[in-house]
Design a protein around this ligand. Structure first.
Ligand code: ADP
Length: 258
């Protein structure tokens, strides 16, 4: 019996993309392929075009030039948005005391799949518990989200994105306002998701900090793509540290999170 070979398409394939707001060029000729199973850290200073690029990938902005493919399909035709999970720094908005438990917040991640909360069946409930366990928050499942620390809340938001089993998870500055120790635990958790579930991760940050110890690849953006490659290659390239304002040699000492 012949077996049909299924091709593995890159979750994200950006080709010669340029974008401007009015007269201001924000992205110039960006080409970047994010392969399945990679964990890419996208770094760049504030105003370098990171959010704009993410909006283009999520189909919220249309570039004036270039092509974007998601899982092999032109973005204009792409419909399988449930393959993509998105977590932003703005997700962390429950501090005001919205009375929802961890279980309830994570259940909201199924809205797109099942519609209303009251239709959660046994299978869905199990998915919710699994997602909460995968981010190490099972002890807090019935706790109110407003009572958790920033780092713990951010884990819950990851669980909400994971509950629908995305193949690609995009995180936009997820560690803003999270203390240094929690950031390392957070990156360790992401690395585990990447390695154990073969999930493709795109992590956007203006601060590369300890991130280079956890990711497989790094891309440096500042209107154009200055670098895209293996994270070891990035760390051993002293020129990049001056562009991105950090001493990469200091960062290489930080291997505590493995
Ligand atoms: P980053 O996420 O790296 O901080 P952004 O993509 O948010 O960068 O912004 C890139 C540039 O585009 C900045 O100069 C910013 O001021 C400008 N910009 C962002 N959003 C808009 C908008 N809606 N209208 C006009 N200019 C914008």
């Amino acid at each position: 019996m012949s077996q049909k070979k299924t091709e593995v398409y890159a979750p994200i394939d950006i080709e010669s993309v340029s974008f401007r707001y009015g007269q201001q060029n924000v992205l110039e000729n960006i080409s970047m392929k994010i392969e399945k199973g990679s964990f890419l850290g996208l770094v760049g200073p504030n105003g370098s075009g990171k959010s704009t690029l993410i909006k283009i990938i999520l189909g919220l902005l249309k570039p004036q030039n270039g092509k974007v493919r998601l899982f092999g399909e032109r973005i204009e035709k792409f419909q399988q948005w449930d393959k993509i999970g998105f977590v932003s720094q703005k997700a962390n908005s429950f501090n005001s005391g919205f009375p929802a438990t961890v279980f309830e917040v994570v259940s909201m991640g199924l809205f797109g799949k099942i519609g209303l909360f009251r239709f959660l069946n046994k299978h869905h409930k199990r998915k919710v518990v699994e997602a909460i366990t995968s981010v190490g928050m099972e002890k807090y499942i019935h706790q109110n989200i407003g009572q958790l620390s920033g780092g713990q809340q951010q884990r819950v938001f990851i669980a909400r994105a994971l509950v629908s089993d995305p193949e690609l998870l995009i995180l936009d500055e997820p560690t803003v306002g999270v203390d240094v120790q929690s950031v390392q635990q957070f990156y360790t958790m992401l690395k585990k998701l990447n390695q154990e579930k073969d999930m493709t991760l795109l992590l956007i940050t203006h601060d590369m900090g300890a991130m280079t110890d956890y990711v497989t690849d790094v891309a440096c953006l500042n209107k154009t793509l200055h670098f895209h490659g293996n994270s070891n290659e990035f760390v051993s390239n002293p020129d990049l540290s001056s562009i991105y304002g950090h001493d990469v040699h200091m960062i290489t000492h930080n291997h505590g999170g493995h």
